[in-house]
Design a protein around this ligand. Structure first.
Ligand code: NAP
Length: 260
């Protein structure tokens, strides 16, 4: 941190990530310089696949079958239809919208929460605190794709989890600080939540002593839900630099006040 503030003639900053929360944490960040985040089509595609993979894994009970296999148990769980499973997505931005459409295509019931109301065919849109409560009350699988800002830090806490029906699962693919870790562990141990899939953590890499590693109902992946793809992102970076050099506005500008 502090590096950007030492560049007085800086005209434009292109993030090489979709989330810019780390950049904005730097108190010396030059807030007057336009900042674009990376909206990389390869990354969007990868995140869509990751969401589908985890939702299908949960919906088709594949985790439970893996547990059974370890114990050499042969037991069939009831088969549910995708239409009976409701996926609630926190954040209906570039990533949330893409995931919502792909889940709809597979027949899942999909609801999404955003600051401004979004209209996506077949997807129930919600906003505000009351909207969030309504979404949560009917969600079986909660997927977090929010940016990390002052208003979303710690959003997945005891109170939010309590609004989910018993047996729901949480999939966090955005930033670790969205989750209050102890509240998540308590809800899993108390049986209110059945499973958590976590790709992102407060401190990365996750410390070897962290309880998430060995929890029987937590899946840990090392922040790989979607990584920047040089092949698909480079043209976007080049285009933005060309736009700035020719006096046009760069694409995917971050609203510094909102933090995303
Ligand atoms: P985006 O396009 O900026 O969308 C953000 C969405 O969140 C928007 O729908 C926005 O609402 C909503 N939102 C923001 N603050 C809110 C609030 N206080 N209440 C309700 N809704 C709120 O972001 P994106 O490109 O989809 O990316 C989302 C995040 O994913 C990134 O910030 C990054 O942290 C994370 N990410 C993780 C990985 C990984 O590998 N794990 C990879 C890429 C990105 P509006 O539509 O009303 O603005």
């Amino acid at each position: 941190s502090g590096v950007l503030a030492t560049l007085p003639r800086l005209k434009f900053i292109q993030s090489l990530w979709m989330g810019v929360n780390d950049l904005l944490l730097d108190e010396t960040f030059p807030r007057h310089v336009p900042l674009s985040r990376l909206v990389d089509p390869g990354m969007v595609a990868a995140m869509g696949e990751t969401v589908l993979a985890h939702v299908l894994d949960l919906h088709r009970d594949l985790y439970r079958y893996r547990d059974q296999q370890i114990r050499r148990e042969w037991h069939k769980f009831p088969q549910r239809r995708a239409q009976e499973c409701r996926v609630g997505i926190l954040g209906l931005g570039v990533l949330g919208t893409d995931a919502a459409k792909k889940l709809r295509a597979l027949g899942f019931q999909v609801a999404g929460w955003s600051r401004r109301l979004k209209t996506i065919e077949g997807v129930d849109g919600y906003t505000g605190a009351e909207g969030l409560k309504s979404l949560l009350s009917e969600t079986n699988i909660l997927v977090c794709l929010l940016p990390l800002t002052d208003s979303t830090t710690g959003i997945i806490n005891k109170a939010l989890i309590a609004e989910l029906p018993r047996g729901a699962s949480v999939v966090n693919l955005s930033r670790g600080a969205h989750i209050v870790e102890q509240d998540l562990l308590d809800a899993l141990d108390g049986g209110h939540l059945s499973r958590a899939v976590l790709d992102v953590f407060n401190v990365e890499p996750l410390a070897p002593s962290h309880p998430f590693w060995v929890h029987p109902r937590i899946t840990v992946t090392p922040h790989v839900a979607a990584v920047t793809d040089p092949v698909t992102s480079l043209p976007k970076v080049v285009e933005n630099i060309e736009r700035v050099c020719s006096g046009r506005q760069p694409r995917d500008l971050v609203n510094i006040e909102s933090g995303y």
